[in-house]
Design a protein around this ligand. Structure first.
Ligand code: COA
Ligand code: ZN
Length: 312
């Protein structure tokens, strides 16, 4: 039987949080609809953070009920940095939340204005409160490879925080290469250690493609046993508080890599191209992962073939 991998498309949150052009709630819904139509079964739709910190996510309270009404079966997670975010998410009807804990002092300070100890406690409290409300949960461990301010993140620290998030009941512990600096060797080493402290089926990986190693890192994670991935259609993404962070691992690259290696994703590449077309118009710039030129050529070839009159 073909083994399956599970993709959460984070384009609506990680992808749009950092854009210069304002994106309307209706356009966000259209993008999420295209992701759903492409076969993605899980998205990170938005974040309930301070609108002063991230103006692009200010409409989270309107977006979440609209997504639930249109696509009731779509797994829809939202990022919350604290109890206030959880409260807002819950009153909007969110059914899954993700807390965001960075593995260094400085990254927590820059991202959520807390020290590491406080951020850890707040994440634990938020997870506990989310469980009490009956919500599904994820916990990011951000800058799990390198921190833009502190350099290489010590592995024992990543293990300690991942174990704490698991003990706090996180349904998934998402190991994030926030600035896209990881290498396949590091991914292999870190997941071999991580799976000793968190069951492998509770671990997910969130990659960025800053150095062109997103797909290689995804392969290293697959080989290490990881089956849950974050990715973003067209590779749109990046944290506004992490200097040097470029786009996410592109969903199309991950789907191509996985399917060509014998894993099922349930995702249609044509559907992903449709979502990229829409996002390009929205953001007024070319988008796409490493495979985009080839995917476009294949698409053109298929279209030309379909247009040819059948041979006599
Ligand atoms: N949603 C909306 N508003 C929030 C909030 C949330 N989750 N948490 C706090 N606030 C509001 C407070 O009510 C307060 O509002 P006021 O000025 O009108 O009274 C204001 O924000 C400051 O509150 P405080 O608790 O002092 O927060 P802070 O200034 O220390 O900021 C965060 C902390 C977490 C709210 C802020 O740093 C943040 O939103 N960061 C998000 C980072 C992010 O999205 N990064 C990218 C994804 S990893
Ligand atoms: Zn990210």
């Amino acid at each position: 039987m073909t083994e399956r991998i599970y993709i959460t498309d984070v384009a609506p949150r990680d992808g749009l949080q950092n854009q210069q052009l304002p994106v309307s709630t209706e356009s966000k819904l259209a993008l999420i609809g295209l992701l759903e139509a492409a076969g993605l079964r899980s998205v990170e739709a938005t974040s309930f953070v301070s609108p002063k910190a991230v103006p692009q996510m200010a409409d989270a309270g309107e977006l979440v009920p609209a997504v639930a009404a249109r696509w009731p079966r779509l797994r829809t997670s939202v990022l919350v940095p604290n109890l206030k975010g959880l409260e807002r998410a819950h009153s909007a009807g969110a059914r899954e939340i993700a807390v965001v804990l960075s593995a260094t002092e400085t990254m927590n300070a820059r991202n959520i204005n807390m020290g590491l100890a406080q951020a850890t406690e707040v994440s634990e409290q938020t997870l506990a409160a989310a469980h009490a409300l009956g919500l599904r949960t994820r916990a990011y461990v951000a800058v799990a490879f390198d921190c833009p301010f502190e350099g290489e993140t010590p592995l024992p620290e990543v293990l300690r925080l991942a174990a704490r998030m698991h003990a706090a009941g996180a349904g998934e512990v998402v190991i994030a290469d926030t600035i896209g600096s990881a290498s396949p060797g590091q991914v292999k080493e870190r997941f071999a250690a991580l799976r000793e402290v968190v069951p492998i089926d509770r671990l997910a990986v969130h990659l960025h493609d800053t150095r062109g190693m997103g797909a290689a890192n995804a392969w290293a994670a697959l080989e290490a046993g990881v089956r849950r991935f974050d990715a973003s259609v067209g590779g749109i993404g990046g944290c506004p508080f992490a200097p040097g962070a470029a786009g996410n691992l592109a969903t199309e690259d991950l789907v191509l890599l996985a399917e060509r290696s014998g894993f099922a994703t349930g995702v249609s590449l044509q559907g992903v191209l449709d979502a990229i077309d829409f996002a390009q118009t929205l953001l007024q710039r070319p988008l796409g992962g490493r495979s985009i030129a080839w995917l476009r050529r294949e698409q053109a070839r298929r279209q030309a073939q379909a247009a040819e009159p059948a041979a006599a």
